[in-house]
Design a protein around this ligand. Structure first.
Ligand SMILES: [Fe+2]
Ligand SMILES: [Fe+2]
Ligand SMILES: [Fe+2]
Length: 338
């Protein structure tokens, strides 16, 4: 019999955040790199620790509303066209999840591309805009200006000069000032481009220390299932349906209440690896080519690796990620058999 489970919200958010960037190697770790940069700027700006945690969390999910590869690649242009639509979608996905924490994060994400416009950007339709939105705006643009092919310390000056020209118009001047102070320090740039992101996140201890019980895990699973499913109109409620049916089957098979709820979570998350599959393939109306199917097949592998990083989800992971395995070993990707 399985007892209660406790999952760290930060583990699940970070692995989900990583998954958002699997879709293309040019944006590998974009969300977490933005979080590291934004967290440091927020600290330098003098924000209190709880606000830094919110900004860090919002950064790890900031482009959650950019669903297709095309949308994501468009966010890598320094001057993005129509930046507000993905920011609004992100806001709508996160604002009513039932977690106060994520409602604050949703409001920060909503304005992460709002230009400062000589102070007009302090408000949007009469509502004040969180400084965190302006911090993420700047951190995000710094991250896309970093050329991953060049050594980082040879780029700092050029990036700083470019940012300075946009202080007041694009970026909030006080936030640019905090960045300029930081940009004198080598560690800031070395962190921004470091492959040791796990170590840096651990070192900063920036994410809120929140543990989820099974009820909250169900809410989180449902939220993620929306994001997984919204990426394709063919599968708009697929994960919710799988979750419902799987929980019912588990009940009929004599699983305990706790196990049935865990099965529900597994249903919500079973296709989380599809975040790594371009929507151009998920949405293709015709049959997939062999090459496209090979990419599609990787979604269960990614589901396994994404969920593996979350301590406490081990059983749910095996239920979720082996859903294309077969009893005779002819499934994929692990070819497990009974
Ligand atoms: Fe964005
Ligand atoms: Fe971004
Ligand atoms: Fe699947």
């Amino acid at each position: 019999m399985i007892g209660n489970i406790r999952i760290k919200l930060s583990d699940i958010i970070l692995s989900f955040s990583r998954a958002l960037d699997f879709v293309n190697p040019v944006m590998m770790n974009h969300h977490i790199r933005v979080a590291i940069i934004a967290g440091e700027i927020a600290r330098q700006y003098g924000m209190p620790n709880n606000e830094i945690a919110n900004i860090f969390l919002a950064s790890t999910l900031h482009d959650i509303g950019a669903f297709s590869l095309k949308d994501r690649l468009a966010t890598l242009d320094f001057e993005i066209k129509d930046p507000q639509s993905h920011a609004e979608r992100g806001y709508f996905l996160l604002k009513n999840t039932g977690f106060d924490l994520l409602s604050d994060v949703a409001r920060i994400i909503r304005f992460h591309h709002l230009p400062w416009a000589d102070g007009k950007g302090a408000y949007f339709e009469g509502e004040s805009v969180h400084v965190g939105s302006h911090i993420i705006h700047l951190a995000d643009r710094i991250e896309v200006l970093i050329d991953r092919q060049k050594y980082i310390l040879n780029q700092g000056r050029e990036i700083s000069d470019m940012i300075k020209t946009k202080a007041g118009s694009m970026f909030m001047p006080d936030v640019v000032k905090a960045f300029e102070e930081l940009s004198q320090k080598e560690y800031f740039w070395l962190d921004a481009a470091s492959p040791e992101i796990d170590q840096i996140i651990y070192d900063r201890n920036a994410l809120p220390d929140v543990e989820l019980d099974i009820k909250e895990l169900l809410k989180t699973g449902r939220l993620f299932s929306h994001i997984i499913d919204y990426r394709s109109h063919f599968t708009a409620v697929h994960s919710a349906g799988v979750s419902e049916v799987a929980a019912l089957l588990a009940q009929m098979a004599g699983f305990s209440d706790m196990e049935c709820q865990m099965m529900r979570v597994a249903g919500y998350l079973h296709d989380v690896g599809k975040l790594a599959v371009p929507t151009e393939i998920l949405e293709k109306p015709a049959n997939l080519s062999v090459e496209e199917f090979n990419i599609m097949k990787s979604h269960v592998y990614h589901s396994y690796r994404i969920l593996e990083a979350v301590s406490g989800l081990e059983i749910i992971n095996t239920w979720a990620s082996f859903h294309h395995e077969r009893m005779d070993g002819n499934g994929y990707p692990f070819h497990h058999s009974i």
